[in-house]
Design a protein. Structure first.
Lengths: 118, 482
């Protein structure tokens, strides 16, 4: 730690623990839709799929997908629109704004979603 | 998508103090002590009136000259160390120690008989909890051996254990003490472990032969003694009222001269009229030659004539401060001072203890009386109300759990807003029982005194840390972990 110097045993243990920690800093989780009056001026981790319970994310009680309250195809929009997750879908903000334009209804038109070739 | 509410940062639980020109924080939820820099001072200053959001805090720090990344880094560090907390941070109660906590020490009350009749004695005085009627007055070898076996069996995992001999007047049963030393040493050696011994005595019965035995067997000795003749003879008297100073002074001198293997300590009980701490210390340390001197106010219900009133306690504290200042001067020169109230506190501060219970009673320590009854500590020995089983049948786990439950800091609500609780944890179970009739009651009559004393010792700790940190290394070893 930079600003606190441990001068007893317990403090040195806390120091070692904090220094070894790679977890994102506590308190720096900002929801995408929150739109704070003063935008954070530093890197932050938006709140997304891993932190919100999104029904339809996995399987139904029978182990299939038919009984989910939302179609599995909806998942792709959770990644595409509301989440920043970069690996699974094209970047819709800058480079591929039209990627999903032919897919108004994911359950019907999901085949229109194609690969992109950067 | 769920939107999070904007969080508010507030100051965590800490006690800020100064020492040797540096600023420190004593962290209440951990017992950690940090030296802080100006950036921390700025954050603490900004949050001292009211909380604010992390963003606002960062903005204020940037306005004060930090870059954004410095501000973010500072806030992050202070959050992790809990100098600042978010308002949705969960307050974690302290865990209870494990139910199979291994014994470390056993206090053996060799006898409940005494040749003195000290007015304030918690074993025989007006506030006694003991009920010795119909029980043996002297422990026999059978019970003593069973106690040793019990200690060794219940301390598994510990390389070294400790036996303290106690009374009554311990030396009234010296023949048994000798046998126990031999027996316990043999049994511990068989198991590849060590056992060390200490005893508390009023010094009236010390002889050259006893002194030689204590020295040869490295038995630590604490002498209960209240100071120079006029103070010693006030409370520490024989049954006929005669003071004990003249009897013990030559014996104490012989003990200190003849016992070269362990430090010899004096333990002073402060009472109404026996509050001249500096004079007592000078006499015991300089005139008689004790290596260490420790003080504690008498345990008493508050209407006893010998209890110290508030004005008296203020005087005691003033004297404590004077001796503490002297301790600091010694420490900065790298010398050991004999005022053990400071060194005991500093040893705990060095470790950063954060106590669930005020002491080891019924945890790492138990007392055993002449009857073989097991008590939470020596102060409860021979009390039917507080017995936790008998050495013949083992410890009564239910009673032990009930005692520990009661004494846990989580149940002492008065303590939950006090910054001194990591060290104090509500104070002595026995004192609480005498004062409030409940071992689990916080000792509210000495809170101010504890906070003042803890603050004093923190300042000493901080100053030593700033100016002669090497001195603190001697506190690195912790006996309880052996």
């Amino acid at each position: 730690m930079k600003h606190l110097k441990g001068i007893n045993k317990k403090a040195r243990r806390i120091d070692a623990m904090v220094s070894a920690s790679v977890a994102p800093p506590e308190g720096d989780v900002v929801a995408l839709q929150q739109n704070p009056a003063t935008p954070a001026q530093r890197p932050h981790v938006p709140m997304g799929c891993a932190l919100a319970f999104s029904p339809g994310w996995e399987v139904d009680s029978a182990g299939g997908t038919a009984g989910l309250c939302q179609p599995v195809e909806r998942d792709i929009y959770d990644c595409y629109v509301t989440c920043f997750w970069p690996a699974q879908v094209p970047d819709h903000l800058n480079n591929y704004p039209d990627w999903a334009s032919k897919c108004a209804s994911a359950t019907k038109d999901w085949r229109n979603l194609d690969l992109v070739f950067p | 998508m769920t939107a999070t509410s904007t969080r508010t940062c507030t100051l965590g639980e800490f006690h800020r103090f100064e020492g040797g020109g540096k600023q420190f924080l004593y962290m209440v939820t951990s017992g950690a002590i940090f030296e802080m820099d100006g950036a921390v001072g700025a954050v603490v200053g900004l949050l001292s009136d009211a909380g604010m959001s992390p963003d606002e805090l960062a903005e204020r720090l940037v306005a004060g000259g930090m870059t954004w990344s410095e501000a973010a880094e500072t806030i992050d560090e202070l959050m992790r160390a809990r100098v600042i907390v978010a308002d949705d941070a969960i307050r974690e109660p302290l865990e209870a120690p494990p139910a199979d906590f291994p014994l470390q020490s056993l206090v053996m009350n060799l006898t409940n008989q005494c040749n003195l009749s000290c007015t304030y004695c918690y074993e025989f005085g007006e506030d006694k909890v003991a009920t010795p009627e119909g029980k043996p007055k002297f422990m026999d070898i059978h019970t003593a051996k069973a106690s040793v076996d019990f200690l060794l069996a219940e301390s598994s995992g510990r390389r070294s254990v400790h036996i303290t001999f106690f009374g009554g007047e311990t030396l009234m049963n010296f023949p048994l003490l000798k046998q126990v030393v031999t027996y316990a040493t043999e049994r511990a050696t068989e198991q590849g472990r060590t056992v060390d011994f200490s005893l508390t005595t009023n010094a009236t019965l010390l002889t050259p032969a006893i002194i030689q035995f204590l020295s040869e067997n490295k038995i630590g000795v604490t002498v209960s003694m209240d100071g120079p003749p006029d103070l010693q003879n006030k409370m520490r008297v024989f049954a006929n009222g005669r003071g004990s100073y003249d009897i013990i002074a030559p014996r104490v001198k012989a003990l200190i001269a003849g016992h070269r293997t362990r430090a010899i300590t004096a333990r002073v009980t402060l009472t109404n009229g026996v509050t001249d701490v500096v004079r007592i210390y000078r006499h015991l340390k300089d005139d008689l030659g004790f290596h260490e001197v420790g003080f504690a106010p008498v345990t008493t219900s508050k209407d006893r004539l010998y209890s110290i009133d508030e004005r008296g306690m203020d005087g005691v504290l003033e004297d404590f401060h004077a001796l503490a200042q002297e301790y600091l001067e010694y420490a900065l020169r790298g010398e050991m001072h004999g005022f053990s109230n400071v060194s005991d506190t500093i040893a705990e501060l060095y470790q950063g203890v954060n106590k669930s219970h005020p002491c080891g009673a019924a945890l790492g320590l138990v007392g055993v009386g002449p009857s073989g009854d097991i008590a939470p500590c020596h102060r409860f020995v021979d009390s039917d109300t507080h017995a936790l089983g008998n050495i013949a049948t083992g410890i009564d786990r239910e009673k032990q759990a009930a005692f520990l439950d009661k004494g846990h800091i989580n149940g002492k609500y008065d303590c939950h807003t006090c910054w001194a609780r990591p060290l104090c944890a509500g104070g002595c179970h026995h004192e609480a029982f005498v004062r409030y009739g409940d071992t689990g009651h916080a000792n509210l009559h000495y809170c101010d005194w504890i906070r003042d004393w803890t603050d004093t010792c923190l300042k000493i700790f901080g100053t030593i840390s700033a100016q002669n940190p090497g001195f603190l290394e001697q506190f690195a070893e912790r006996k309880a972990l052996d």
